[in-house]
Design a protein around this ligand. Structure first.
Ligand code: BG6
Length: 485
């Protein structure tokens, strides 16, 4: 299959940090289709050879295992070429059209890894040059807008030029092996399905914690914040994967229809729930891994009076037969105590106690997403220790399935997987416009509430689990976050 893959923003961070290493891995694993060209597009005046050198230099900053040696890079570099273009100039697109006309291909992928403000122009100009043929696919990187209206405007502009089945909206969480395992666990096994409902589940907690701060992205983050950066997309996609009904088959639209229903069933916000069930925080100076780190307000590119949130915890419910009344908690933040993402399914306690379970605990299924990938099922057993031999006191035990150990070297990284899916035309792991719009519709009242609230986010020390208000919120329901048990 001959393909041309065009990276708009070809010299940008995402391309050299994530996309090129992912393509190189696919090349190394021999899964990248033959006869491909990777065309970087950027403003800098570079020849093909200079672009290859730039990418080679950048590879030196990539994680060792994913770095090519010089011989491997020389072979991979044959695929790379470069087109200089100022994307805001309509005349510039002719250069790209000429480059693409050099050869016949089965597919052309246009990957927009640029500022979203350019998405509309790029699509219009591609159409003006006749580059929106049926064999073209377009990939859109987040953020796709900053609210519902701007998201719709982008979707509308792209939709005028490309059909929905040509549009690949990336949420890189969906490409993670652990997230695909979540679908596999739910829909490839019958074991949990009868328990996967309000009658058996007391609450569900989604945690996505990062140790890093905003790093060099202060300017971007100032206008984004954790709600737009992590909740509107990644966290809601995880919630959908957990809560959706089994799709009728594994086709993209069957899966996306079910996710959409979950988003539509999320309880609408009220003035009370906006105050009681949403906590925003901002990291202050603290210690991460024993190292002193500055607070958000002292980061480069950040307004010293900023109200931008670096942490969100919220509680919601899904108003349908399966989930009515079950609290779903979402929590995400930067500069937290450790880097980990997991989902905790807390089951209800036994209906009648004949044993003594340790301090109100019940069964829990922990779905580890990162850095560990696996499942942990927490149960109780009659321990044989002398101390509790006559007390009916049970001991916690757990089953631990480690997918990294089981599948280790065969695993494919998120961007590698997603890029191969684009080349293959598989939309399963990409987000449809209506899903995205529904997610924006749901987060928008929170954004409006915050913009009218002069109090601003609550500070938390870097290296902790966020403001205490997040613990108080969940404690009001009689539950606690996993690290507090
Ligand atoms: C990105 C956000 O979408 O996801 C970043 O813009 C965040 O702010 C990143 O750090 C987290 O991704 P991962 O894969 O490291 O959990």
């Amino acid at each position: 299959m001959a393909f041309d893959l065009v990276f708009f923003g070809g010299t940008g961070d995402l391309v050299w940090r994530k996309l090129m290493p992912a393509l190189f891995q696919a090349y190394r694993h021999d899964t990248l289709p033959d006869n491909g060209r990777i065309i970087g597009v950027g403003r800098d005046d570079l020849t093909d050879e200079q672009y290859r050198q730039l990418i080679q230099t950048r590879f030196e900053q990539v994680d060792g295992a994913k770095r090519p040696n010089s011989e491997e890079f020389a072979r991979f570099a044959q695929l790379l070429c470069y087109v200089r273009m100022d994307l805001s100039q309509p005349a510039a697109y002719a250069a790209l059209a000429a480059r693409l006309a050099e050869r016949e291909t089965d597919h052309v992928v246009m990957y927009l890894s640029t500022a979203p403000s350019l998405f509309t122009t790029v699509c219009e100009q591609l159409a003006a040059c006749g580059l929106n043929t049926p064999k073209t696919r377009i990939v859109l990187e987040k953020p796709l807008g900053h609210d519902l209206a701007s998201n719709r405007a982008i979707n509308k502009a792209v939709g005028q030029v490309f059909k929905e089945e040509q549009i690949f909206r990336i949420d890189h969480y969906l490409g993670k092996p652990s997230v695909q395992n979540l679908f596999a666990m739910r829909f490839g096994n019958a074991l949990f399905e009868p328990l996967w409902r309000r009658e058996h589940i007391a609450n569900i907690q989604i945690t996505m914690a990062e140790e890093l701060g905003v790093e060099k992205r202060g300017g971007f983050y100032e206008t984004t914040g954790a709600l737009r950066d992590m909740v509107q997309n990644h966290a809601l996609q995880l919630l959908c994967a957990i809560a959706m009904e089994p799709p009728i088959n594994a086709h993209a639209d069957a899966i996306r229809d079910e996710k959409l229903k979950v988003l539509r069933s999320l309880k609408r916000w009220t003035p009370e729930t906006l105050t009681q069930h949403v906590v925003r925080g901002q990291y202050a100076a603290g210690n991460v891994d024993g190292k002193a780190v500055p607070g958000y307000l002292d980061e480069a590119g950040v307004n010293p009076q900023s109200h931008t949130e670096t942490f969100v915890a919220l509680r919601t419910e899904i108003a349908n037969w399966r989930w009515a009344g079950v609290p779903f908690y979402i929590r995400t933040g930067k500069r937290m105590a450790s880097r980990e993402a997991h989902i905790e399914i807390n089951f209800r306690s036994t209906p009648h106690d004949i044993f003594k379970n340790p301090a109100g605990q019940s069964n829990t299924l922990v779905i580890h997403l990162q850095p560990k990938d696996g499942l942990e099922l927490h149960l109780f057993a009659q321990g044989q220790s002398k101390r509790n031999a006559h007390t009916n006191m049970l001991s916690p035990v757990h089953l631990d399935l480690d997918f990294d150990k089981r599948f280790g070297s065969q695993r494919v990284g998120a961007y590698e997987r997603l890029l191969l899916d684009v080349l293959d035309g598989r939309l399963n792991l990409f987000v449809r416009s209506d899903e995205q719009e529904e997610a924006w519709r749901w987060v928008e009242p929170i954004l409006e509430h915050w913009s009218a609230d002069t109090q601003g986010p609550r500070p938390y020390a870097a290296g902790t689990w966020g403001p205490s208000a997040a613990s108080a919120m969940i404690a009001r329901d009689g539950f606690c976050w996993s690290e507090e048990t």
